[in-house]
Design a protein. Structure first.
Length: 447
């Protein structure tokens, strides 16, 4: 197994399994800033009284159970007063709307639903079914349906809302994107990921044009698309989208932002799930190990046909995993895949498969370790350089150290390769020392 000097090219992206259920969290969070409830305007208020303002203030600021109960009490009185006075339009709709919101905050969705239905009926009668102000009514009622798992009813209302958005604001307006994002959620729940992806891509395009490429809403759109892509088996594309989302959140949010934290937590958790299918379990004896593909990839790599080698290995990866899960044979297969991915600067994928190979090798009994020395030298070498190209210096240092240890005991690692590793290790350590000095200097200057 000859180790070749790597091409120094830009780092690529990796592959990652992502959780299906997380899409609901992402889509709903992406709408936090676009679906806020506002105090009713003149369309729903005719007689602003002191009592009404007291009720509205209580409803809009309530957060604790006690405050919500107080708001509910005040608004219930306002509702009775409005009904007693014979109001059938704006004032009644305003009170109904606010009380429904209080019910929502309390999780009383079945009680909020009929109130939102009454609001919609009143506004459609007063303003007309095609009036832009109806959109909020449709959204409010539809969200209540989602909370009660009445997905078909919610889909019907959000479809109407999108049509009104397009008519009122235009096809490329952020409000249109917000309602499209709700439909993304619904289509995914209903098991139609292709339709969900279509709407998600449209919402992404709208928000990029409206807010710019680095806006948090755009990050949420990327995250949603990543989840949908993974659900359809497009894991490499999903990883690229997920990384884009995380990069935006890092730029625009605090490092402890809950959206970024949730995304990174999902990433770490799901990487473990992905790894487990290669490491744990028993080989399926009914599946033949793809030895021919393994050797063909070696020939293609030697001929610098890296893309073709990658395709051969990936086409047969499932059979390799099933037939040799947790065994040295699968570890070697993944090392070869790691190598050809690194050759193409697909460092993210190279790292993922290389780390899995390391874990497989590390789990082997002591009497098999000597036979894996050359393979360990290879995988740790390429992992070190992949992390190095990504500026993950601590991980790079760790793998340089292990690569040199294995190389010192390996039978077919050249002196030139060892010198290359030593140079990389020294450069990595120097950069780490410089970074530590910079941090110390910055810290001292801040005192």
């Amino acid at each position: 197994m000859k180790l070749e000097k790597p091409k120094q090219v830009l780092a690529g992206l990796g592959i990652l399994m992502v959780v299906v259920f997380a899409i609901q969290f992402v889509v709903l969070n992406s709408l936090e800033n676009t679906g806020d409830k506002e105090k009713p305007t003149e369309k729903t208020i005719t007689n602003n009284s002191e009592k009404w303002n007291e009720s509205w203030k209580a409803a809009s600021t309530a957060s604790t159970d006690e405050e919500l109960a107080k708001a509910e009490e005040l608004l219930s009185k306002s509702l009775k007063e409005a009904e007693r006075s014979g109001s059938k339009d704006s004032r009644l709709a305003a009170v109904l709307n606010c009380l429904a919101q209080v019910y929502e905050k309390q999780g009383k969705y079945s009680e909020a639903e009929p109130l939102y239905q009454r609001v919609l009926a009143i506004d459609e009668k007063v303003l007309g079914k095609d009036h832009g102000a109806i959109i909020n009514d449709l959204d409010n009622l539809a969200v209540t349906y989602i909370k009660q798992k009445k997905y078909k009813e919610a889909e019907e209302l959000f479809t109407k809302a999108v049509a009104l958005d397009e008519k009122t604001y235009g096809k490329d307006h952020p409000k249109t994107a917000a309602d499209l994002s709700y439909l993304v959620l619904l289509y995914d729940i209903e098991g139609n990921p292709k339709k969900a992806e279509e709407y998600a891509r449209r919402a992404l395009s709208i928000n990029e044009k409206a807010f710019g490429a680095d806006h948090p809403l755009v990050a949420s759109n990327y995250h949603s698309l990543a989840l949908l892509s993974s659900r359809q088996g497009k894991h490499e594309e999903a990883e690229k989208l997920l990384i884009k989302a995380q990069d935006i959140w890092r730029k625009t949010s605090a490092i402890n932002d809950p959206k970024l934290a949730a995304s990174l937590k999902n990433t770490a958790m799901l990487q473990k799930v992905f790894e487990a299918q290669f490491i744990e379990g028993e080989p399926d004896k009914s599946v033949k190990f793809p030895e021919a593909a393994f050797e063909k990839a070696k020939e293609l790599r030697a001929a610098k046909q890296f893309k073709e080698a990658e395709e051969v290995l990936k086409d047969n990866l499932a059979d390799a995993r099933k037939s040799a899960v947790g065994t040295p044979a699968l570890g070697k297969y993944l090392v070869r895949l790691n190598n050809v991915l690194f050759d193409q600067a697909k460092d993210g994928e190279a790292i993922i498969f290389g780390e899995i190979a390391c874990k497989i090798f590390d789990r082997q009994p002591a009497d098999k370790q000597a036979d894996l020395t050359n393979w360990n030298a290879s995988v740790h070498s390429y992992l070190a350089m992949a992390y190095d190209r990504r500026n993950h210096l601590h991980m790079a240092e760790k793998h340089y150290d292990r690569a040199l240890d294995y190389a010192s005991r390996a039978s077919d690692v050249s002196v030139a390769w060892k010198n290359l590793l030593k140079k990389g290790q020294a450069t990595c350590k120097a950069r780490l020392e410089m970074e530590e000095e910079r941090v110390l200097a910055t810290s001292a200057g801040a005192k």
